[in-house]
Design a protein around this ligand. Sequence first.
Ligand code: MN
Length: 194
Amino acid sequence: MNFTQPRLPYTPDALAPAISQMTVDYHWGRHEKAYIETLNRLLPDSPYADDSIEDIIRKAEPGPLLNNAAQAWNHIFYFFQFSPAGRREPHGALHRQIVDDFGSFEDFKKEAEKAGATLFGSGWVWLSADTEGHLFLTQGQNADNPMRHGLKPILTIDVWEHAYYLDYQNMRADYLRSFWGIVDWEIIEQRYEA
Ligand code: MN
């Protein structure tokens, strides 16, 4: 299998000022491109050459192949949850579940920002669902992914420094606050209900 990088469904300046065009150009245009190229280089000599990227993430041993497969997938999941003119709060079943599990949407956002601020080093904050629809907010180091832990991811926050340093320098909390202004909750609901 050879993986290709999809085209973003918005222009590189569309997420500014929350995420600048320069950050999109480097983060999507260079970092993500490199993860996909490295994955494609490592795959033919691995036992996973015919697997889907999700199966590789679930099954692969820790190491460079897993790291690059997970980073390739995680960034597509991250960038495709944004839109410049999306709905900025959850409705319906997902909203009800957020209220059940976190108290309110505002409480959920506070918890997620706290998880992002307290993740030491590089990693991802994830909102995921179990098979019964219950929601979980987790921190994952480096290239971790909830699919390795039996959960279905529905939203993610990249807290590697390359995600925010050009725009916010060391102010990770400012990046986390701005993040909510570009998430499209219609997309998150579709993932939750899929
Ligand atoms: Mn990243």
